[in-house]
Design a protein around this ligand. Structure first.
Ligand SMILES: Cc1cc2nc3c(=O)[nH]c(=O)nc-3n(C[C@H](O)[C@H](O)[C@H](O)COP(=O)(O)O)c2cc1C
Length: 409
């Protein structure tokens, strides 16, 4: 059995560029969340950003000096060069239209833009601006240039911006979305982009399904969707083309994937049937209902003196549907949430459903699995490989799963 080499993850170092969007206050919360996630954050502000949020806020939250002035280096080394050599990722959140324009055209007239040109690693930007600015042809062109160069974007999203507009994209992606994107990019960077390989079309299912009992009640399960969302986000951060079929979750939609929302097991089966033929890798992480009420009531079931007996029928088995559609070269990964004989049951499912890999986890454990941020899984392949991962964050678990599955082809 192989123990994963990434049991103890070294702390990552990132630079967080903060520009003078009104969303700069959100960067304070982002800094705090990243630091709490164990990431070393070095904040670099544009001089204009300091008019909106005082650098002291970022210094206190990041526990590091904040760089604003290009001409005030802590030692003989120019800070933009030494910082560029130390960081695994440059994040700019919020990114103004001005920053995007300067970065796209190689302008380096302050500490942040100079750092951006000195840094040769991955870059993630979270633009924030008035929707008219985001729509402007000059901004569209700058975004196109940066995307083409491999800069990753998170947001902007629709929603109310400070000037009152709310119907079009412009608002910075939520702090949760940016933090998750940062963690996904770091997990990928730590594994050298998940070790190269061609760009794949990846289909991930996530979350629970809901089966109606009557118009107000449903049968569901405790899946939070976090593991599937982590898989989708890490795959997208590695440059794959990702479709996420998601049951109802309370999570912010990943901006890096195409998301199809479904509710029932049947809707999920149909979405997978539609997307599967064009995908290279399918990861079935959703907790799909095995049974549904055979005849959901048309009206709300009233409380009576007697108890309630409900007849259930089997839902369609998505993995069996997929097995029938499968063509050469497609990899299919299943998940097995078990409460007993975890590995034995998982191996049975691997063979029965003709999967390439099965990822087994013990959902009885309170410290991992459903709902939480961590997981502890064992992966078994059809070819006989067995990889037991330690307890890791779901983002790290996702990166290890993708590494094993894509390395095996
Ligand atoms: C209160 C205020 C809020 C602003 N919000 C934004 C914004 O959300 N996005 C944006 O692109 N510019 C915004 N601007 C304009 C930028 O601050 C301006 O373009 C500035 O030159 C950008 O400088 P920087 O990119 O060096 O920080 C705002 C300006 C003010 C005064």
């Amino acid at each position: 059995m192989n123990e994963s080499p990434t049991a103890a993850v070294p702390p990552d170092c990132i630079a967080l560029g903060v520009t003078s969007s009104i969303a700069a206050y959100k960067a304070a919360d982002l800094t705090s969340q990243l630091v709490q996630a164990g990431i070393a954050v070095h904040v670099v502000m544009t001089p204009n950003a300091t008019k909106l949020v005082h650098p002291q806020t970022f210094m206190t939250l990041s526990r590091h000096p904040v760089t604003v002035d290009l001409w005030q280096a802590p030692d003989w080394r120019p800070e933009h060069v030494s910082l560029a050599e130390r960081i695994a990722l440059l994040v700019v959140a919020p990114a103004t239209a001005n920053f995007l324009g300067k970065y796209a055209h190689g302008v380096a007239d302050d500490a942040l833009t100079t750092l951006a040109l000195s840094h040769s690693g991955p870059v993630l930007v979270a633009p924030a601006m008035n929707p008219r600015m985001w729509r402007h042809p000059a901004v569209r062109e700058n975004v196109r240039i940066l995307r083409e160069r491999g800069v990753a974007f998170v947001g902007p999203e629709r929603g109310r911006v400070a000037c009152g507009e709310e119907t079009e994209a412009g608002r910075m992606a939520s702090v949760e979305s940016v933090r998750r994107a940062v963690e996904a990019h770091l997990a990928v960077a730590r594994r050298a982009g998940l070790r190269g390989g061609r760009r794949l079309r990846v289909l991930v299912t996530a979350g629970p399904t809901r089966e109606a009992l009557d118009p107000v009640r449903y049968l569901s399960n405790r899946s939070s969707g976090r593991m599937g969302y982590a898989l989708a986000e890490v795959a997208a951060a590695a440059g794959h083309d990702v479709v996420l079929v998601s049951g109802p979750t309370g999570l912010a939609q990943p901006q890096s994937c195409r998301v199809t929302d479904v509710v029932t097991a049947e809707e999920m089966a149909r979405a997978v049937e539609r997307e599967f033929p064009s995908c290279d890798l399918l990861i079935m992480c959703a907790a799909v209902a095995d049974f549904r009420p055979a005849a959901p009531a048309a009206g709300k079931v009233k409380k009576g003196a007697a108890g309630l007996t409900v007849e259930f029928e089997r839902t369609r088995d998505i993995l069996e549907t997929v097995a029938g559609l499968r063509r050469e070269g497609q990899t299919v990964v299943g998940f097995a949430a078990e409460t007993e004989a975890v590995l034995e049951n998982a191996r049975g499912k691997l063979t029965r459903k003709r999967l390439d890999w099965i990822v087994a986890n013990d959902v009885r454990r309170a410290d991992v699995g459903f709902g939480g941020d961590c997981n502890q899984v064992t992966m078994v392949s059809r070819a006989g490989a067995e990889v037991s991962l330690p307890r890791l964050s779901k983002i790290e678990t996702a990166a290890e799963i993708l590494l094993a599955v894509t390395a095996a082809g």
